[in-house]
Design a protein around this ligand. Sequence first.
Ligand SMILES: CC(C)(COP(=O)(O)OP(=O)(O)OC[C@H]1O[C@@H](n2cnc3c(N)ncnc32)[C@H](O)[C@@H]1OP(=O)(O)O)[C@@H](O)C(=O)NCCC(=O)NCCS
Length: 172
Amino acid sequence: MIVLKTERLTLRPLAPGDAEAYAAMRYHPDVAKWLSLAPAAPVDSARAAIERYRQSWRDRGYGPWAIFRDGGLIGHAGLNYVPEFGETEVLWSLHPDAWGNGFATEAARASLDFGFRTRELDLIFAVTRPDNLASQAVMKRLGLVYRRDVVYRDVDSVWFDIDRPGWLRLPP
Ligand SMILES: CC(C)(COP(=O)(O)OP(=O)(O)OC[C@H]1O[C@@H](n2cnc3c(N)ncnc32)[C@H](O)[C@@H]1OP(=O)(O)O)[C@@H](O)C(=O)NCCC(=O)NCCS
């Protein structure tokens, strides 16, 4: 199991025991409105997502982590292969109580570093809705660049990405 420590956070692969705290974060109304969530009960949906992510860790050696701060689960961040695009995305969400502290950027930076340096991925992208400016601000802070508009799971979205040489050139 790959656990990462950043300056302020611990990233640990999501596990079945996280389902309730994970559901409370994902289904908080201010978070859920930005995500395309399955129409299932929150804890059941969280369990299913955790199982998909565990499969990704087994198959690909990467996946989303739960983000812990002072022992509590505050969100998720990490890498997710998207078959529709044949590429790997970096994703993030935080419970609103944790917004405004740079935690998403800190966790995503560790995720990108792991993806490019440890897993040697060639390209990592991020997509979000055009009006999700908070998420686009995270993308820009990380050095991802807007490339085009796309439709992702029937939703109009904007696509940002960065490739490995571009990531390795960024100042630390
Ligand atoms: C997208 C989301 C994770 C962004 O969270 P966030 O807290 O705005 O982003 P960061 O963690 O990078 O924090 C940045 C903010 O912290 C501030 N900050 C405070 N202390 C900081 C520190 N030590 N280091 C860096 N930034 C700090 C920054 O100034 C910035 O504030 P601003 O938004 O007023 O400019 C959050 O809005 C969210 O979970 N939204 C709902 C779900 C969602 O949209 N997920 C993405 C789907 S694509």
